[in-house]
Design a protein around this ligand. Structure first.
Ligand SMILES: NS(=O)(=O)N=C1NCCCN1
Ligand SMILES: [Zn+2]
Length: 261
């Protein structure tokens, strides 16, 4: 059987284009951000999230990440402002992380790789549904938050990490209720924005990225917790779910704008 895509040598990012041609497009994500090339745009508005804690549904290990799913059947939890026109519905959040604290993020900032990167995925309801939004350049908005290992870990990450016990192997899902993901935001609203793609196949180029400049802090133990997830199903040989990140892709002349000086 065709090995589905993943992050191993035989099915990893260097080979995705064989089954997913968009992966070789000229608006791919993630990217390396070099502050010297960033353009400050004073016309960029601030972004605002208004999330309903009741929209949180379940947390899942799909063998490639840990994902929290939200009810997106109406404008219940939305992101607006910043570079966006209109309100985008929160659909899910997930993470990418490394096998050690020194790497794991997908976007790289002035050569700095963070231990992990959290993505909050929103879609534009003017395109009818998520599948339709994937076909549009303004279809999806992802807020990226960097996780940095430091001395004052953010207690708000605890809720997600506590749930990991119940979703250790691929396919395991647990209820995840009454959760407002905006508690995960750092203090500063400063962000970079550019147009790119999903960092996972089929790598559709439908994303307005909003990357928060200020990382949130986690402890090394919290990172170890994330690394205790397995990519295998319960009855399969154990294989740790780590290094589920795509490396930076060619910028191809794109402009990265900053909301800050
Ligand atoms: N890492 S990413 O760009 O957010 N990729 C995603 N792929 C599937 C749907 C949600 N997000
Ligand atoms: Zn992601």
């Amino acid at each position: 059987a065709q090995s589905v895509w993943g992050y191993d040598s035989d099915n990893g990012p260097e080979r995705w284009h064989e089954n997913y041609p968009l992966a070789k497009g000229d608006k791919q994500s993630p990217i390396e951000i070099n502050s010297k090339d960033v353009q400050h745009d004073s016309s960029l508005a601030s972004w605002h999230a208004s999330y309903d804690p009741g929209a949180a549904k379940t947390i899942l290990n799909n063998g490639r990440t840990c994902r929290v799913v939200f009810d997106d059947t109406f404008d219940r939890s939305v992101l607006r402002g910043g570079p966006l026109s209109g309100a985008y519905r929160l659909r899910q959040l997930h993470l990418h992380w490394g096998s050690c604290d020194q790497h794991g993020s997908e976007h790289v900032i002035d050569g700095v790789k963070y231990a992990a990167e959290l993505h909050m995925v929103h879609w534009n309801p003017k395109h009818g549904n998520f599948a339709g939004a994937l076909k549009q350049p303004d279809g999806v908005a992802v807020v990226g938050i960097f996780l940095k290992v430091g001395p004052t870990p953010k207690p708000e990450m605890k809720r997600i990490l506590e749930e990991i016990e119940n979703i250790k192997t691929k396919g395991k899902e647990a209820p995840f209720l009454h959760f407002d993901p905006s508690i995960l935001f750092p203090k500063s609203r400063d962000y970079w924005t550019y147009h790119g793609s999903f960092t996972t196949p089929p790598c559709e180029e439908c994303i307005t990225w909003i990357l928060l400049r200020e990382p949130i802090e986690v402890s090394s133990d919290q990172m170890a917790k994330l690394r205790s997830l397995s990519k295998n199903a319960e009855n399969e040989p154990a294989s740790p779910l780590v290094d589920n990140w795509r490396p930076p892709q060619p910028l191809k002349g794109r402009i990265v704008r900053a909301s800050f000086k």
